[in-house]
Write a protein that binds this ligand. Structure first.
Ligand SMILES: [Zn+2]
Ligand SMILES: [Zn+2]
Length: 363
């Protein structure tokens, strides 16, 4: 089958690879749609070291096509959304209901739970699944805990986005910040996560939603999703949030740039909260004024995967979409064949367009 791979010395390729049948506790899923996320770009850009060949992709949805021994919760034919943070279900954080902080997952090592991979290349050499998934392929083999059953009514393109960007963005609002109705918020960066934060703020009843980005196209979309104000940061300083709009209760950084992050605490009202939802390069640092934080009772919260428990949050978000309360489909820009992944990553790097969905040949 065709897959999109990344080899550190050699960039992004479409190649024919093989996939093993699912072993114990694993399921095979035929990928029907997969989103192109900034975390894939971080790998391709070299921001996050990956010294082994990877099948890229971690935002996908599809249909279970085979189950391994010991699988009890899924059956062939189930529609599933893939969660890139397959929880171990045994560690202290999993037991406490904080699956997004699981310390037993191997997903971040880009392997399956026993440290192996189902993918091999034409020479029989192992290729590793990015974040334990590798959704830029026609089929994946993943742990049962990474495949969340959803209603077949959910379109695959929407399901793919629930695998990462939407769960991260809406979760940042509902789970991490716990935004209250009537609050005011700034969202810096209107990519897939940032626009999902705008959707989440609208859903949570925030009454002032300020979207900031360099792209007028994305700001226009943010307005249609619930933003009440927009700032094109290529033309206007974010200081306008404090100087002209009185500051905000919540600020969400959804780009992952230290120079943006350090400018945000001064824009918060007393008692306000900055949520770091964008991922910086590994080892990045920034300067924060601790007196302002202590004196003004401000806080900074880290947010990985929207502080979400995928088994709980993905079906909830699917219901919100299907009831018309969370128009996730509006985040989808172009849909391309999987084989055009490299071009889609280039577009993402240049900040052009909305979320791209890739469709494998066989889907
Ligand atoms: Zn992602
Ligand atoms: Zn765990």
């Amino acid at each position: 089958m065709k897959a999109v791979t990344y080899r550190a010395d050699d960039g992004v390729h479409v190649e024919n690879i093989d996939i093993a049948a699912p072993g114990r506790g694993l399921v095979a899923v035929d990928i029907k749609a997969t989103g192109v996320c900034h975390s894939d770009l971080h790998i391709v850009n070299g921001d996050w070291p990956a010294d082994r060949p990877l099948v890229l992709g971690h935002e996908g949805a599809g249909v279970v096509s085979a189950v391994g021994e010991g699988v009890t919760e899924l059956a062939v034919g189930d529609h599933v959304v893939l969660s890139w943070f397959a929880p171990c279900r045994r560690c202290r954080n999993c037991a406490a209901g904080r699956a997004w902080l699981c310390s037993g997952t191997t997903a971040l090592d880009n392997t399956l739970p026993v440290g192996d991979t189902a993918f091999t290349d034409g020479q029989g050499k192992q290729i590793w699944p990015y974040l334990g998934l590798g959704t830029f392929s026609s089929r994946v083999v993943v742990p049962e805990s990474a495949a969340i059953r959803v209603t077949p009514d959910l379109p695959f393109e929407v399901g793919a986005l629930l695998g990462c960007s939407v769960t991260t963005g809406v979760g940042a609002v509902l789970n991490t910040a716990r935004v209250e109705p009537g609050g005011s918020a700034l969202v810096v960066g209107c990519g897939g996560v940032g626009l999902s934060i705008v959707l989440g703020l609208h859903l949570a009843g925030a009454t002032t939603i300020i979207a900031a980005d360099l792209s007028d196209e994305k700001l226009e979309l943010a307005r249609t999703l619930g933003a009440t104000h927009t700032v094109n940061t290529g033309k206007t300083s974010l200081d306008t949030v404090r100087d002209d709009l009185g500051g905000v209760d919540y600020a969400f950084e959804a780009v992952g740039r230290p120079e943006l992050i350090e400018g945000l605490p001064p824009l918060l009202r007393t008692g306000g909260c900055l949520v770091l939802a964008g991922m910086t390069a590994v080892g990045a640092s920034c300067t924060i004024d601790p007196f302002d934080l202590a004196d003004q009772g401000k806080s900074i919260l880290g947010c990985n995967y929207g502080s979400s428990v995928a088994a709980v949050d993905v079906p909830r978000l699917a219901d919100l979409y299907l009831s018309g309360r969370l128009p996730v489909d509006r985040l989808i820009g172009t849909t391309r064949p999987l084989t055009e992944a490299a071009a889609a990553l280039d577009q993402l790097r240049e900040g052009i367009g909305l979320r791209t969905i890739l469709i494998p040949d066989s889907a």
